[in-house]
Design a protein around this ligand. Structure first.
Ligand code: BDR
Length: 296
């Protein structure tokens, strides 16, 4: 630990001596979800420790790709030293990231894959594997019997696309029928309304997988409002107060928990190391866990 602190202090000293306080912009997918508030907490912590200027600014909703592109263009014009980006569309952000790189701005990608190779490092959950493990857990919780539903987020949003693919592979391997495979909407309000419709239309569903925070919270509220807590097994993703409430009232049976604070911290730390000319790993996998851990 002492060695790390000495290294960080040295790195800080070097950056001070060069008289440059690096400017690192962090652009999350959205900002209204708890997940991104945790990412911000980690990014700001790293900025303080390393003595760099961190700005954190993203669209309110995760489906607003135009806003993310506009932020990228603003930071390119501003001439920041590095950008840490969680792209809310895998392909649509590629061009403007290449523009940043062509303008000598270092780019680190976190949380969700970006098409192309215009970044120094990609720091995220292994989303395919996490989706597959979630599927296997849901199957176990329904005793491998009955029909399930997959509520998708938004095509092109790489993190949830990969979870959905991993989930479908698990259902295929375990021979479990996916009777519902639909998009649930990109905001809490929309996902709650769609969830109520889906539950009313499919009374025989035994299990459901929701691959992110807003879909999980929206479905949990729907299950609880329809009094289906004991009937439906919900396997979700992420954690916030609404999801905690769902676990307590039984509308949620398990969630995959990621490490957003670590993702934000490593995003800024890796950007700093690249600016210092250090070698960094191209791909960093951040581990997940399940909550509650072991169901009896
Ligand atoms: C969710 O969106 C995903 O990209 C994050 O990993 C998280 O699961 C936050 O809304």
């Amino acid at each position: 630990m002492k060695k790390i602190m000495i290294l960080i202090l040295n790195l800080m000293l070097v950056s001070m001596i060069n008289g440059e306080k690096y400017e690192i912009a962090v652009i999350p997918k959205g900002s209204s979800q708890m997940f991104w508030k945790y990412v911000e907490e980690g990014a700001v912590k790293a900025g303080k420790e390393l003595g760099v200027d961190v700005t954190f600014r993203g669209p309110r909703y995760e489906n607003n790709t135009e806003s993310q592109i506009k932020l990228m263009e603003m930071y390119i014009r501003k001439g920041v030293d590095a950008i840490v980006l969680a792209p809310n569309q895998k392909k649509a952000l590629s061009y403007v990231v290449k523009e940043a790189v062509d303008n000598k701005i270092k780019v680190i990608v976190i949380d969700s894959e970006l098409a192309g190779d215009y970044y120094e490092s990609f720091i995220a959950t292994d989303n395919f594997d996490a989706g597959k493990k979630a599927g296997e857990k849901l199957a176990e919780m329904i005793d491998y019997k009955g029909k399930v539903g997959l509520i998708r987020f938004k095509k092109g949003n790489a993190s949830t696309d990969m979870r959905e693919e991993g989930f479908m592979e698990a259902m295929e391997e375990l021979g479990i029928e996916v009777a519902v495979d639909e998009y649930g909407g990109a905001t809490l309000g929309k996902s709650n309304r769609r969830s109520i419709e889906i539950l009313n239309k499919n009374p025989d569903l035994k299990g459901i997988f929701t691959p992110n925070e807003s879909l999980t919270e929206g479905m949990a509220k729907a299950i609880n409002s329809l009094g289906l807590n004991e009937k439906i097994t919900l396997m979700g993703f992420d954690f916030n107060q609404g999801i905690e409430k769902g676990i307590v009232n039984g509308s949620i049976d398990s969630v995959v928990v990621q490490q957003p604070i670590l993702m934000g911290y490593l995003g800024v730390k890796t950007a700093f190391e690249v600016l210092q000319g250090k070698e960094v790993d191209k791909r960093v996998v951040v581990d997940i866990s399940f909550f509650p851990e072991n169901q009896e």
